[in-house]
Design a protein around this ligand. Structure first.
Ligand SMILES: Nc1ncnc2c1ncn2[C@@H]1O[C@H](COP(=O)(O)OP(=O)(O)OP(=O)(O)O)[C@@H](O)[C@H]1O
Ligand SMILES: [Mg+2]
Length: 300
């Protein structure tokens, strides 16, 4: 059977009995293309669909550092541009899962629940290519444990998903559908990935930006007393609405003269608290390096 025919069969099967579909595969295996095609076909068939984008580095829905939910009802075109504006976000603060699994897993669970509450019969969860090693296996285990997918679609080249598919088989009731990666699927270099991420950040911050003073008492985690605020310059922060949802992201800016921090963001409303992230960027999306808050705060 050709790969295309195989994919067509998978789409038909998932649309005939929609549920929560978790995609698994290494980087560059066609997960995002499949996810967009599946929600497009569902929407065209009158099935209410939601896309949960758990890829925090190569985000398609919402800016990088977040898990994003797109509700697809009423959408006609499914492109990187039309999918960018999220209906709900959950902040992770990092561009890779390592060290940030708790925020990633809870974010995916939260947005999957939000999609179901919004009436989605089909919820497609697109993921990072982080599938190997203890960390990759553990991440996927806990995602499945919390989200309880009805289907796991595994995109394989060789035997690289054997362990994680084994975990899905033993520890989750999901039906597992294995797909071989089409030879036409093209790989992207580290530089191409970095530029895509930069473009996604830049598109987010490209809208009219506001700046306002923020006090460190609204931060989570809370900086220690007498903390040098300049150390938080350029940090990505998640803006929380106080009801368990993220309204958007921003970047902190240290004002040397006034010794204060300002928030730069296109979002100005619905912000009760700020979650500190773990990377520095500028507002045209350029990466300025990682931040380890534990070291910065000299804390556990
Ligand atoms: N079935 C297919 N036939 C031909 N080309 C494809 C197919 N699926 C994906 N591609 C192409 O391969 C590239 C990688 O696909 P995609 O971004 O969907 O992979 P991914 O697994 O989501 O990768 P990432 O790890 O970057 O998230 C894209 O340029 C896409 O257009
Ligand atoms: Mg992808």
């Amino acid at each position: 059977m050709s790969t295309t025919a195989q994919l067509d069969d998978v789409y038909s099967r998932l649309l005939s009995d929609p549920g929560v579909v978790l995609l698994l595969g290494e980087i560059d295996t066609g997960k995002t293309t499949f996810a967009a095609e599946l929600v497009q076909r569902a929407t065209a068939a009158g099935i209410t669909a939601g896309l949960v984008d758990a890829d925090i580095g190569q985000s398609v829905v919402g800016p990088p550092t977040t898990v994003g939910l797109k509700l697809c009802n009423g959408m006609q075109d499914f492109t990187r541009v039309t999918l960018r504006d999220a209906d709900a976000l959950s902040f992770v603060g990092s561009i890779s899962p390592r060290g940030y699994m708790l925020a990633l897993v809870t974010g995916v669970a939260k947005l999957t629940a939000a999609a179901k509450e919004a009436g989605c019969a089909l919820v497609v969860i697109d993921t990072t290519g982080f599938v190997s090693g203890i960390a990759g296996q553990t991440l996927k285990f806990f995602k499945m444990d919390l989200v309880r997918p009805n289907y796991v679609v595994a995109f394989e080249r060789g035997g690289e998903l054997e362990l994680v598919v084994g975990i899905a088989e033993r520890f989750s009731p999901a039906q597992i559908i294995e797909v071989s990666v089409a030879p036409e699927v093209v790989t992207r270099s580290v530089d191409e990935r970095a530029s895509f991420r930069e473009e996604q950040f830049a598109a987010y911050f490209g809208e009219a930006l506001s700046r306002w003073r923020v006090k460190p008492t609204v931060f989570m985690p809370t900086p220690p007393p007498d903390f040098d605020l300049r150390l938080l310059d350029s940090l990505v922060v998640g803006m929380e609405d106080g009801k368990g949802m993220c309204s958007g992201i921003g970047v902190l800016e240290y004002d040397e003269g006034a010794d204060i921090l300002r928030m730069i963001s296109p979002i100005t409303e619905g912000v009760r608290g700020l979650r500190l992230g773990s990377i520095r960027i500028d507002t045209v999306g350029r990466f300025k390096g990682p931040v380890d808050l534990r070291r910065l705060f000299r804390s556990e």
